[in-house]
Design a protein around this ligand. Structure first.
Ligand code: ZN
Ligand code: ZN
Length: 412
């Protein structure tokens, strides 16, 4: 593996455009990118044009400006979203444009900012971008979430290193997680994706009706799964074009949805959660008939409570995801403070909006899906619960029990 970092960064950009989005001739591409990593957006745009992309449109962001806004802008601006911003998201997604979201925020960028402003802005954006989010959840356009290091994020992950060394080390960790190892990155990714598909097949064959989670941290939680649910993982299919794409790079999860009102017990998080620029640590939830009736945290409790209160569905679960303790990201030992990576190091749930992982969902109305137990919300936040000693027991509709996870890993 004598390839340079620059060569692997180029291979990563190509991987994002080919396997992540599978950009088609004549297609529009939107890229979210931090301004100080513009060079990487340029690499991605070049790769997209090589594939016949019609036009690349940019959605730039900047941590420092975002922070200034939360600290100093007029109070009323947090209750609405500009029509031109909403229009951008609406137009690109409605025509089936590809969307590359490069997430690289400092996990504590909004530390000390008013939690009320953060919550109101989240509600406003949830409402204004509802159409966009719904198309995204339903895979009506190809989208891919990925990351590149930024200086403040890299320093947070590797506080013992100088900025330049921390940036390089975070790049190595990101490339490794995406299987960009100097060999054929595309072939590596396809092989990995095929393995995730095999896991979903095994779980789908079992057709569990409940999963029971137990960990030494104190988790004791029973999760009911809807009738006709399926597990997804690896590549997904865009429902409007039939094109295959990978919504997250990296990804190690297979996931489905719970019955909204079918979750009972206590769950303890196993990793901190970076939420709207704040870090939540040592937290957990108690759930009764699906609803979070108690939220607790050693750090960031107010932000956590606000996050589960943005609407009715925010205090119910919307995702059940399985990731082995032995996954490469978990084994790297790096705590990324970035959900894209941390969720792929650990079994997790999300509170808020569910993915419609129910057979025949395309033909069902929103009301029919909700009747099957699907949760809906303007939010969707993954939180990690997997531990080295996690045990998950599955029960089928016929009452047969099977060990799904033992000592943090698949036992099926
Ligand atoms: Zn997930
Ligand atoms: Zn999720």
């Amino acid at each position: 593996m004598n390839t340079t970092l620059a060569q692997r960064q180029q291979a990563y950009a190509r991987l994002l455009l080919q396997e992540g989005l599978n950009v088609q001739k004549g297609q529009l591409l939107a890229i979210d990118c931090p301004v100080d990593q513009a060079w990487f957006a340029r690499l991605c745009a070049a790769a997209a044009y090589d594939m016949g992309c019609r036009e690349v449109v940019m959605n730039w962001n900047d941590d420092a400006l975002t922070r200034e806004k939360y600290l100093r802008a007029a109070d009323e601006v947090f209750d609405s979203v500009h029509s031109w911003t909403a229009d951008f998201f609406e137009k690109v997604s409605a025509e089936g444009g590809a969307w590359l979201a490069i997430h690289a925020a400092d996990p504590e960028n909004l530390k000390g900012c008013d939690p009320d402003r953060i919550q109101r802005a989240q509600i406003a954006s949830g409402k204004a971008l509802e159409g966009f989010r719904r198309r995204e959840t339903n895979n009506e356009f190809p989208w891919c979430v990925c990351s590149v290091p930024t200086e403040r994020w890299a320093r947070k992950v590797f506080p013992e290193l100088e900025t330049e060394a921390a940036m390089e080390k975070l790049w190595e960790a990101i490339l490794q997680a995406a299987y960009v190892d100097g060999g054929d990155a595309i072939a590596n990714w396809r092989a990995h994706s095929a393995e995730l598909a095999r896991r979903t097949e095994r779980l789908n064959a079992c057709a569990f009706s409940t999963l029971h989670y137990e960990t030494g941290l104190g988790t004791d939680l029973t999760v009911e799964l809807p009738e006709g649910h399926f597990w997804a993982g690896g590549a997904e299919t865009c429902v409007t074009s039939g094109v295959r794409f990978s919504a997250n790079i990296p990804t190690e999860e297979v996931f489905t949805l719970p019955v909204k009102t079918g979750v009972n017990g206590v769950v303890y998080a196993s990793r901190p959660l970076s939420l709207q620029g704040n870090l939540i640590e040592g937290f957990g939830f108690e759930l009764k008939e699906g609803k979070i009736v108690r939220a607790f945290a050693e750090k960031g409790e107010e932000v956590l409570r606000n996050a589960i209160a943005v609407d009715e569905g925010a205090s119910y679960l919307g995702e059940v995801a399985l990731v082995p303790w032995d996954s490469p990201i978990s084994q790297s030992g790096v705590l990324f403070y970035n959900t894209l990576f941390d969720e792929n190091a650990s079994c997790h749930f999300a509170f808020g909006e569910a993915y419609p992982c129910i057979r025949g969902a395309e033909q069902m109305s929103r009301a029919e899906l909700e009747a099957r137990g699907m949760n809906t919300s303007i939010t969707h936040v993954d939180f990690m619960v997997g531990t080295r000693d996690l045990r998950i027991t599955g029960t089928t509709a016929a009452g047969e029990t099977m060990t799904v996870f033992e000592n943090g890993n698949f036992a099926l």
